[in-house]
Design a protein. Structure first.
Lengths: 328, 334
């Protein structure tokens, strides 16, 4: 952001380049991976398969948006309850709607309200009690998992209304509804961050809490909003997931928690806070989905696939996300 | 006066809150949970919590340097499957030989962590998350499905044997590392360990070999993951590529409950170990409360949440009654 702001006054073209610079690395990585995929198995970069990969990356992308909000609010904030809240919403929506269209709004409001309560509890624990974010949200994750288990009594029930099942069907030109909705969520979240006062304050609070406090920003209020937004976005992600997959099981989305953090970082969210945007988060999510699809397409066993994913992440981190030297 | 001084020193111990939690839940369990207070049951409790205890001792050293180790659980899995696979018919190693190979693998993961975080300056949370995938991938590669058989001699030595007829053998897995930790704490290495955690920049400018200190902390943590894995084999005696995955975050949570600050430079292994005892006691408490199985996870989560909230509030309360300590601006958000 500072680079873009500094150059903005001089030349609109330079400003545009500075803005694109952030997307350069993820986009070139994605193109590279599609190229490798095409070279190994023909048809990997066909329009149909690209569409499939984009569709699969949608749920990861929404989890990444959720994670980005808390990370951007700074102070080492991280939300490990994203996956558990997604699972909870994926379990609750079918149980409440029982396949009836008329109950869907109630179900969505209920799930979002519950998520907001959990998000607010996270923020309260971090801000008021002073528990480190990592620990607070991790414990919250196990409490939310416990809540899901005790609510469903171990047997997920219910049916999905037609509208949610339609998420996996094409909207136009073969592009599925889930992708359309994810892009809409990304645009709304991005507009919220860039165009509203609260959104801009999230960046300020993230880059320097003391300065934000001295500017008269209600730091606590902003951090509360970031955690609540994160939990609500996670709940939306859960709804998308259950609509796309058609059924739910316990802890079905818990794996997304630890996927969302590196996806956000590769997408350019600064772990120290105050920097990031939704579209790069989407790119980060696509990179991770693409990598795992590429490895499946090559046909390597599960263990080696996880090994290569870890090694690739480590490589990207070493190349891309190193801290400043101590000797300056 | 000296008595008051002693009281004051006790009041300032970072391990005090978790000690109180531990004692309260120990008494609660002894009274409320039928059969908990018998020697056999206590021994079994000790046996089962040793792996988590080992991990917390290792993780606490990393957290003291201001780092984070998400790879310990996967490291436990890796060592577990390596030992079991090498002891199988195909390779026919003895238990001792297989354990040595497992030790090398664990140290390899620790070195990788230390180099990437200490020397290449990658964020510790993300780097160890990546090495977690690497270690777990290796574990699943070596042994895709649970199976195999460990050493029976180890199980009987670990679960029922006593040293000098009194000290349970499994306690050695906690006492030896704890002793090493405290010996290290009083050497220059220990001083630098805390210095790096308090302020890495200042430690570096004071001539500390901060990168090497960090590397050593991660290697120690990996070493404790190896010990935890051996303790697992003493308990269950078979191979499973996912055996330790759930332990990672439990170990970190217990360490923080035990008074080790996530921002570094505070707390030590004894508090972390007490945190692990508390974490394990909760399972018994909830189990003994005759709740339906479906509600047990929720109850466990809520009790741990209350424990952490209570402990953190207690620490804040204690810190807010200083003798002379000016409040830094904006510290309420820090």
């Amino acid at each position: 952001m500072p680079d873009a702001a500094r150059t903005a006054g001089k030349n609109p073209f330079v400003a545009l380049l500075a803005e694109y610079n952030k997307f350069l690395f993820p986009v070139s990585l994605i193109i590279l991976m599609f190229g490798i995929g095409q070279a190994i198995t023909g048809g990997f970069s066909s329009p149909a398969n690209i569409n499939n990969i984009l569709t699969i990356s949608c749920v990861v992308a929404v989890a990444t948006f959720a994670q980005s909000f808390v990370i951007m609010a700074g102070d080492g904030g991280i939300d490990l309850s994203v996956g558990s809240i997604m699972s909870m919403s994926a379990l609750l929506v079918p149980a409440v709607t029982a396949g009836e269209m008329s109950r869907l709004p109630v179900a969505i409001v209920l799930v979002l309200a519950l998520a907001a309560v959990f998000g607010a509890a996270n923020a309260a624990g971090v801000l008021i009690v002073g528990i480190p974010s990592l620990v607070m949200t991790f414990i919250m994750a196990s409490a939310v998992d416990g809540f899901s288990l005790s609510f469903t009594r171990g047997q997920p029930t219910g049916l999905l209304p037609e509208v949610l099942l339609a998420l996996g069907r094409p909207a136009f030109f073969g592009i599925r509804w889930i992708l359309v909705i994810t892009v809409v969520i990304a645009v709304i979240a991005e507009l919220f961050l860039r165009r509203t006062r609260t959104g801009k304050q999230i960046f300020l609070v993230g880059s320097n809490r003391n300065a934000a406090c001295l500017c008269g920003i209600g730091v606590n209020r902003i951090v509360f909003i970031a955690y609540i937004m994160s939990a609500c976005l996670a709940a939306l992600g859960g709804i998308l997931l259950v609509g796309y997959s058609g059924s739910s099981i316990l802890k079905m989305a818990n794996g997304y928690t630890m996927l969302s953090v590196p996806a956000a970082v590769i997408g350019g969210v600064n772990l120290a806070g105050g920097e990031g945007n939704m579209f790069s988060g989407f790119l980060g999510a696509i990179i991770f989905t693409l990598l795992s699809n590429l490895l499946i397409a090559v046909g390597i066993p599960n263990g080696v696939r996880i090994l290569i994913q870890g090694a690739a992440l480590l490589f990207i981190l070493v190349m891309y996300a190193r801290d400043a030297k101590l000797r300056q | 006066m000296s008595f008051m001084n002693l009281l004051d020193r006790i009041r300032r111990l970072p391990q005090l809150p978790v000690l109180v939690l531990f004692i309260v839940f120990l008494i609660w369990n002894a009274v409320m949970v039928k059969g908990f207070a018998s020697p056999a049951s206590l021994r079994e409790f000790l046996n089962l919590m040793v792996p988590l205890g080992c991990l917390t001792i290792g993780v606490s050293m990393v957290l003291v340097t201001g780092g984070m180790d998400m790879s310990v659980g996967a490291n436990v899995c890796l060592v577990n499957v390596i030992i079991i696979t090498l002891m199988g018919r195909k390779y026919g190693f003895t238990f001792a030989q297989a354990t040595c190979v497992g030790l090398l693998a664990a140290l390899g993961v620790g070195l990788l962590n230390g180099i990437v975080i200490g020397y290449l300056r990658v964020n510790a949370l993300l780097a160890t998350f990546a090495t977690q995938s690497v270690a777990q991938g290796c574990a699943l590669w070596v042994m895709p499905l649970p199976g195999g058989r460990g050493s029976r001699a180890l199980i009987s030595w670990f679960k029922t044997g006593n040293l000098f007829g009194v000290l349970p053998n499994c306690a050695l897995f906690l006492i030896i590392p704890l002793t090493v930790w405290y010996l290290l704490k009083w050497t220059p290495f220990g001083v630098w360990l805390y210095a790096v955690g308090r302020d890495e920049q200042k430690a570096f400018l004071s001539g500390g070999r901060t990168r090497l200190i960090k590397l050593c902390a991660y290697v120690f943590s990996a070493l404790m993951a190896w010990a935890a894995s051996v303790a697992f084999l003493g308990n269950i005696g078979s191979g499973d590529p996912n055996v330790g995955m759930s332990l990672t975050l439990s170990a970190i949570a217990s360490t923080v409950i035990g008074g080790v600050s996530l921002s570094g430079g505070e707390g030590d292994a004894l508090g972390a170990l007490l945190g692990a005892f508390f974490f394990s006691l909760i399972t018994y408490t909830v189990f003994g409360a005759n709740l339906s199985a479906f509600h047990q996870d929720l109850a466990t989560g809520l009790i741990i949440l209350m424990g952490v909230v209570g402990m953190t509030l207690f620490r804040t309360f204690r810190k807010s009654r200083p003798k002379s300590r000016e409040a830094a601006p904006g510290e309420s958000h820090a």
